[in-house]
Design a protein around this ligand. Sequence first.
Ligand SMILES: [Zn+2]
Length: 58
Amino acid sequence: MDCTNNMIEENGLKNELGTIICKRCGTVFATIPTNGYKLIYGICQNDNCQEQIGGENE
Ligand SMILES: [Zn+2]
């Protein structure tokens, strides 16, 4: 369930400085523990993003 993520953040688990952002829709969909802040581009779970249609409409 999605609630888990919120609970972890509220518990003050601030080790996660690596932010994974979807390069297709721009949504931050995951964070990972890293040494220092890092911005990593990936593909989120969204069907529209999973399909590599290859048309950038924006
Ligand atoms: Zn996406």
